[in-house]
Design a protein. Structure first.
Length: 162
């Protein structure tokens, strides 16, 4: 036994055995393994159902994006019509790369112009990726400059109109 700074440096002696299941009132049952097979080549996983991977977008959402009146076509038209960034934050690149929605999608904002967007007061702005990120990082600045509408102000507006 060696001592170092008052600490005992020898292992503790075991006072109980490793298998204590016999001492318990309800001993644990052993794990039952299912026999699958020898290997993949032998058809071991032939009884398993092969599932399709979860799609990135639902069929309904994909239909909203595709087509001549879809989101992709709308973004292309916006970027062609307004090639410069309309937000112009501190580190703006100047060249528009995406379309920014003033009412966030998570707040139920429309992603395409139409009756829903007009009813909400949704506006679409072309933005570079840096400015789009800047609006997300600094929500107070974005609300003050009209680039974002908070979820709470939308709820207040609907309560006042009723």
């Amino acid at each position: 036994m060696t001592k170092w700074n008052g600490l005992r440096r020898t292992p503790l002696k075991r006072k109980t055995g490793l298998d204590r299941s016999k001492d318990r009132a309800f001993p644990r049952s052993p794990i039952k393994r299912k026999k699958i097979g020898q290997g993949i080549r032998d058809g071991a996983f032939s009884n398993l159902t092969i599932r399709k991977p979860i799609p990135a977008r639902s069929k309904r959402r994909e239909a909203m994006y595709a087509g001549p009146n879809g989101r992709r076509a709308f973004v292309a038209r916006m970027l062609e019509e307004f090639p410069n960034c309309q937000i112009g934050a501190a580190e703006c690149t100047g060249r528009a790369q995406s379309v920014h929605e003033v009412i966030k999608r998570s707040a139920g904002g429309a992603i395409l112009p139409g009756p829903k967007a007009e009813e909400q007061g949704q506006r679409f702005l072309t933005a570079c990726f840096i400015c789009n990120g800047y609006v997300e990082r600094f929500p107070k600045w974005a609300r003050e400059n009209g680039f974002s509408i908070s979820r709470h102000s939308l709820l207040k507006g609907s309560a006042e109109s009723q």
